[in-house]
Design a protein around this ligand. Structure first.
Ligand code: ANZ
Length: 831
């Protein structure tokens, strides 16, 4: 026979598969007779078409495909679709740079990625391909927007927003990195006050937080915690302070209403409306100081403002507030450590028990009053914060606080809230870090927002029947970032005459954040070709939610939080009966080179296309799967694609050598090899389901070696056990190396495709160990180890022990006085 040739094998099977289309699942809703199989929905995060696929894609799609193929082998109908997240700024920026239409750039890249996928051969259902930049797709973004608008979940408001000065567009909070830069352009994000569209995700904060508990053990703990922190639920109280000379009271949020008597001043965020209002009523000097301070504040990122080590700065606003529990007059300051959009943008400062407030009080010589007696582990009172500079934030007994005196923290908080509620000056409340999702963007390459503006400033939704609102062509449009949407310049597109009133309307010029597109694409796959609805609820019943999601941890917050939100909205709209979109999640590690992230700019890019050309799809996939646990990073410098290719050749030769006919009864085969095969069959499912793909590959390597030995000795290639092993190898190997496995399957005399073969189950009889090792001791010393049938009884065990030459030698001519037999482990002889 000829040798293993990956290229010939790829060329042989790709056309066969493309004809068979084995991974297309029907559009029926499960009503196809009695034998409906159980279903699994296995999904990889869909790619963004910026150039060809890279090694990161190769890895993620390898893992997703292992799982999709595995579930088919377990007898499931598996939905494993593919699409493209094809709107967005990179396309637009590249198009501007090259002077081409973003469409041309985007769809050319999609074609290139499709061509690579074709060879790489993940088991996709190619009949359901979607591109989010197709009007057939984004029509349904607009539909979702309208549904949300109807429910009050999409709204417009003026507020301070994150502005990317390079891309000249607003960003969602989730798109600003911890260092204050844009996750897209890398620019330092600044604040601008603009009127923008939002999705009211904060209405879902509690559900988004509480439902994370259902995902415990199924999603990586790290991701769950990142989501929890991002939502940031904080329970406490809202306390209303009167401000002298102002009719409306000012609410503050505090987690420590037990410390109300220790509030010695109030601090307002400089960029909160209240600060400007109070400054406006102050002296010209204060007004100037405040203006300068506000400008300085606006240059700081939120992260910088929250840095505890920074020197405290601020401006006295020339106003006093009244503490509602003791009537005390306290000064009102503006300082940047208070954030405008958290809680109420103003705080009651309790310097004795809050470090930030203490630092501020010491800088501006404001009073510090201890109201909680906090002690150390030995019962000694902690030093006075005013002297030590260290706020005592721990638990203790309340003092200097009238009727709260003597209570512990928890009781004091509860009592303080009761008092506030009774007086109508406060109440228990919960605050979240989560902000509403800012979804409008001032750029071209996205979904137009389906809203019409009338000349009087009123708005009306585009009627559902008029969807999609298609993007105008780029002809005559200036796409260059300029701070307002290029769509505003498409006059013919913008202007709409109301057919009923004849009034002139203008289209909303903004486009949607592309995270809207990806927040529901897993529903669209259910009905990708249905032009009458976003998705068919019956299909959702059959397939959804996604059983297994695979993708990078960089989406831990953004995409996953938005998807969870939109799923809950779909649930509340009555389209689905579940509330979490992704049941299990695998976050693959990164593919590195020499310990560093690969990138074009670093010049250390391993090109997926050239690896694929040089080694073939199978060797790449096996290498990625074998490199280590899938959650860990892979260093491409440490792996051996050649080693994988050698293993594939060895496996393939086993099938090539098999000399018994297909269908032969395995029962007569070599028992040792059969056991080995059945242990593999028994263990592989648990290993795959716990993502131990590397262990399964190692077990396959071992199985190939053992089978080779059997071929080269004993009954040889004609032993039915060799065929049994070769078939098991082909079936399991098809998860990792679909081409080689298909070729093996054909060599073994079977029809394509191995990908749809249900796994043989392990025979329990071949899993039990039917031989045991029994130890024989003479006067406490081990004198022999005997191999006996597991079913051995006491008498047989004793007889075997006495018959052992080693044992007889040890006994010599002494008299045996006692024999203790514990089958099947030990026989103990005393002389
Ligand atoms: C008085 C107090 C006394 C506070 C004390 C803490 C300790 P978390 O847990 O993060 O929710 N705060 C409220 N709004 C703020 C804003 N817009 N900017 C900055 N800080 C703000 O924090 C809640 C606490 O952070 C609140 O409780 C408030 O300070 C402060 F011994 O009120 B506290």
């Amino acid at each position: 026979a000829e040798g293993y040739d990956f290229q010939a094998i790829q060329d042989r099977w790709l056309p066969v598969w493309e004809q068979l289309k084995p991974f297309e699942v029907g559009q029926d809703a499960g009503a196809d007779g009695a034998a409906a199989k159980p279903t699994k929905y296995v999904l990889d995060m869909f790619p963004y078409p910026s150039g060809d696929l890279h090694m990161g894609h190769a890895e993620a799609f390898c893992f997703g495909d292992v799982l999709a193929r595995y579930w088919r082998g377990q007898g499931y109908d598996v939905l494993h679709p593919i699409g493209w997240d094809s709107f967005g700024l990179p396309a637009e920026n590249a198009a501007i740079k090259r002077g081409v239409d973003p469409r041309d750039w985007t769809y050319a890249n999609i074609d290139q990625q499709k061509a690579s996928f074709r060879v790489y051969a993940p088991s996709f259902d190619w009949s359901r391909v979607l591109h989010t930049s197709d009007p057939e797709y984004y029509k349904w973004n607009q539909w979702i927007f309208l549904k949300m608008y109807e429910k009050g979940l999409a709204y417009r408001k003026a507020s301070w927003v994150n502005w990317d000065p390079i891309d000249q567009t607003v960003l969602a909070n989730e798109q600003v990195l911890p260092d204050g830069t844009s996750e897209r352009s890398g620019a330092m994000v600044v604040k601008k006050k603009l009127t923008q569209w939002y999705f009211r995700i904060t209405d879902y904060a509690d559900r988004l937080l509480d439902d994370l508990d259902q995902l415990e053990g199924k999603w990586p703990t790290k991701v769950l915690n990142m989501q929890r922190n991002w939502i940031g639920r904080s329970r406490g109280a809202e306390v209303e302070f009167e401000i002298e000379g102002r009719s409306a009271k000012v609410p503050v949020f505090t987690t420590r209403p037990d410390t109300l008597h220790g509030a010695t001043f109030m601090v307002v965020a400089p960029d909160a409306d209240l600060a400007a209002e109070l400054a406006a009523g102050a002296s010209p000097e204060v007004r100037m100081q405040f203006q300068a301070y506000l400008e300085q504040t606006q240059k700081q990122t939120e992260i910088e403002r929250q840095n505890a080590d920074r020197e405290k700065t601020g401006v006295f606003l020339d106003h006093f507030a009244v503490n509602p529990v003791n009537g005390e007059r306290i000064p009102v300051w503006a300082s940047d450590y208070v954030l405008a959009d958290y809680g109420h943008g103003a705080i009651m400062a309790v310097p004795a028990h809050d470090q930030r407030d203490l630092d501020f009080a010491r800088t501006f010589e404001l009073p510090v009053r201890v109201v909680v007696d906090v002690r150390d582990a030995d019962g000694a009172q902690l030093a006075d914060p005013a002297e030590s500079g260290i706020a005592t934030s721990g638990d203790g007994v309340v003092v200097n606080s009238g009727e709260l005196d003597g209570l512990g923290k928890t009781e004091a908080i509860a009592r303080a809230i009761e008092i506030l509620e009774a007086r109508g000056t406060g109440r228990a409340t919960t605050t979240y870090r989560l902000r509403d999702w800012l979804i409008s963007r001032q750029r071209y390459w996205g979904t137009p927002i389906p809203i019409l503006h009338a000349e009087d400033g009123s708005m009306q939704p585009v009627p559902e029947a008029a969807l999609p609102v298609e993007l105008p062509s780029t002809e005559g449009l200036d796409l260059k970032p300029k701070g307002t949407s290029p769509l505003g310049g498409a006059e013919r597109w913008s202007t709409v005459i109301d057919p009923e009133t004849g009034a002139k309307l203008t289209r909303d010029p903004d486009t949607m954040d592309t995270f809207v597109d990806s927040s529901w694409y897993y529903f669209r796959f259910l009905s990708a070709n249905d032009s009458t609805q976003a998705f068919d609820p019956e299909q959702a019943k059959k397939w959804a939610p996604v059983d297994q999601y695979v993708g990078g941890v960089e989406h831990a917050i953004l995409h996953l939080l938005y998807s969870r939100f939109i799923t809950k909205v779909m649930h509340d709209l009555g389209y689905i009966d579940f509330e979490e979109p992704f049941i299990e999640m695998l976050n693959q590690g990164m593919v590195l080179l020499d310990g560093a992230k690969m990138s074009k700019s670093k010049g250390n890019l391993v090109e997926f296309a050239s690896e694929l050309r040089d080694h073939g799809a199978d060797a790449l996939r096996v290498t990625l799967a074998f490199a280590g646990p899938p959650e860990d990073d892979i260093d491409w410098a440490d792996v051996s694609v050649q080693g994988s290719a050698k293993f594939l050749a060895r496996a393939w030769r086993v099938a090539d050598d098999v000399a018994s006919p297909a269908g032969v009864d395995f029962a007569g085969g070599d028992a040792g090899l059969r056991k080995h095969t059945h242990h593999l069959l028994a263990d592989a499912p648990g290993l795959i389901e716990s993502y131990k793909f590397n262990v399964v590959v190692a077990r396959l390597m071992d199985q190939v070696n053992v089978t080779r030995k059997a071929i080269d000795s004993g009954a040889g290639a004609a032993d039915p056990a060799v065929r049994e092993s070769a078939e098991a190898i082909a079936v399991i190997l098809s998860l990792f190396a679909p081409y080689a496995a298909e070729d093996m399957w054909a060599k073994l005399g079977h029809e394509p495709t191995v990908a749809l073969v249900t796994w043989p189950t392990a025979d329990p009889a071949l899993l039990v160990e039917n031989e045991v090792t029994m130890v024989v001791q003479v006067d406490g010393k081990v004198r022999d180890r005997l191999t006996l049938p597991a079913s051995v009884n006491e008498a047989e065990a004793e007889a075997a022990a006495r018959a052992s030459a080693g044992v007889q030698r040890a006994i010599g001519d002494r008299q045996v006085v006692n024999v203790v037999v514990r089958v099947p482990k030990i026989v103990s002889i005393a002389t």
